[in-house]
Design a protein around this ligand. Structure first.
Ligand SMILES: Cc1cc2nc3c(=O)[nH]c(=O)nc-3n(C[C@H](O)[C@H](O)[C@H](O)COP(=O)(O)OP(=O)(O)OC[C@H]3O[C@@H](n4cnc5c(N)ncnc54)[C@H](O)[C@@H]3O)c2cc1C
Length: 428
């Protein structure tokens, strides 16, 4: 039985390659060049829409470890990147033209893969992987909404930075809640009037990322205005918004600070903290510079930067099981950025898993998810685990199960061994 894949981007191609190399037929439906997206410029498969860097290639960095796991799993995307790399220091940087051409050639010549250039407007019957990415066409988006419910699909992400727990100064930050009956879930970073003044004046003149043509019309919801836009409304605005100190008593002084930045745990162990209400369009370097002016965050390590951009993604924790299959229709799989991962390699990684999972489905065998102590398993775990607020996530060590910074080399060794064991265990 053939497996249909909608979208010939990074995830769709990876899924098709994994299916075909195991002797099964895959059909990729790609709408370019007949129907363009606002960001793609060519008709090639797996086009890189922006940077030509696939980020760090170093094993001691989570991005590098994810790549190494994908090499073990024979990822076509990583192979193409390795074959077409250009000097880029510690990052895996590619010649974008050669990278996509290499992939397009391999896929189009593969007898087990058909590539049909057509926009899919209805979800086809039979096993199908939806890998249409952050710029899914509007006709298909409507069909996905019919399938998943309007509240379960997002068009923009407005994400706040995530800080590594160990990098926060706990001599300054303190747990407390605003209201008496609440548990002390929030970690509060206090600022004095002088510290707030300095933070505010740097924030309003920090450099932001320019919106792309198709993002010019982003009308921000009041509830998720970029922090720098809110600040421009007046010096006191943030003190009535995300930096409101009301009700938060620092037990060490017995007083309310002048301003407070609240951090919320992203995981049970407190390895990652989300800066509440700090969605932003500041450039990454500027986020580091300005947010480190918050005294408790002076050494903050950013696991994810804040951003606001066009991004179609589904509420995976509610909709998908650990086989990347719709809970209410097991014929439909999702892959890539649309599942709520963020980044080229992360999207390809979810394509790889969706391909293997759909293959298990066709063969009538149970899909065993990769262990959460691997990067690829941790990403899958992240997008399929219930959480208060679901926002897209890139790979970082914070998402790995039982990650211990002091035993990093053990963690890396364990992840690589686990992925090899998993590959053997799934017997595909
Ligand atoms: C503007 C922009 C810039 C980005 N920059 C970066 C970056 O610099 N670094 C990074 O790591 N990540 C970046 N990302 C995020 C993400 O990593 C990429 O979007 C990545 O390409 C996602 O892979 P994917 O396979 O999920 O989707 P895509 O690579 O976008 O592939 C989806 C494919 O589906 C096709 N398609 C859509 N709808 C249909 C349909 N109805 N029928 C048939 N085909 C369809 C599209 O033409 C496309 O080829 C960016 C995202 C955007 C939107």
């Amino acid at each position: 039985m053939e497996i249909k894949i909608i979208g010939g981007g990074l995830a769709g191609v990876e899924a098709a390659y994994q299916i075909a190399k195991r002797g099964y037929k895959a059909i990729i439906f790609e709408m370019r060049p007949h129907v363009p997206t606002p960001a793609h410029k060519t008709s090639m498969l797996s086009e890189l829409v922006c940077s030509n860097s696939l980020k760090s290639n170093e094993l001691k960095n989570a991005h590098g470890l994810l790549k190494e796991e994908m090499r073990i799993l024979d990822s076509i995307i990583i192979k193409a990147a390795d074959m077409n790399s250009i000097p880029g220091g510690k990052a895996l940087v590619v010649d974008r033209e050669r990278f996509s051409r290499y992939i397009t050639d391999i896929i189009e010549k593969n007898p087990m893969i058909d590539v049909i250039r057509q926009e899919i407007k209805e979800i086809p019957s039979g096993p199908v992987i939806i890998a249409t990415g952050p710029l899914t066409s509007s006709a298909l988006t409507e069909k996905i909404i019919e399938l998943t419910g309007r509240d379960n699909l997002f068009f923009y992400d407005a994400i706040s930075p995530i800080i590594e727990g160990d990098s926060i100064d706990f001599n300054l930050a303190f747990f407390a809640s605003r209201y008496k009956n609440e548990s002390d879930d929030y970690l509060n970073c206090p600022l004095t009037v002088e510290e707030y003044d300095r933070f505010f004046s740097e924030l309003i003149r920090a450099e932001t990322v320019l919106p792309r043509d198709f993002e010019q019309d982003i009308s921000y919801f009041e509830g998720c205005l970029p922090i720098e836009v809110m600040a421009l409304r007046g010096k006191m605005t943030l003190l009535f918004g995300p930096m409101k100190p009301v009700g938060i008593i620092d037990k060490r002084t017995g007083k309310e600070p002048f301003a407070v930045v609240q951090l919320r745990r992203e995981d049970a162990q407190g390895k990652m903290f989300n800066m509440v209400g700090f969605q932003t369009k500041l450039k990454y370097k500027e986020q580091e510079r300005v947010f480190r002016l918050i005294p408790a965050l002076k050494n903050a390590k950013f696991l994810r930067y804040g951003s606001i951009h066009r991004n179609t993604y589904i509420k995976s924790p509610e909709l998908l099981n650990k086989s990347l299959q719709l809970k209410k229709n097991n014929q439909v799989f999702f892959a890539g950025q649309i599942t709520g991962v963020e980044g080229y390699c992360e999207s390809a990684a979810m394509g790889l898993l969706a391909g293997l999972s759909a293959l298990c489905f066709v063969k009538g065998i149970r899909f065993i998810p990769p262990p959460p102590e691997t990067c690829i398993g941790a990403l899958l775990e992240y997008i399929t685990t219930e959480k208060k607020e679901f926002q897209p996530m890139n790979i970082n060590f914070g998402v790995l199960k039982d990650y211990n910074k002091r035993k990093k080399y053990k963690v890396i060794e364990n992840a690589l061994k686990s992925i090899k064991d998993w590959l053997e265990a799934i017997q595909l």
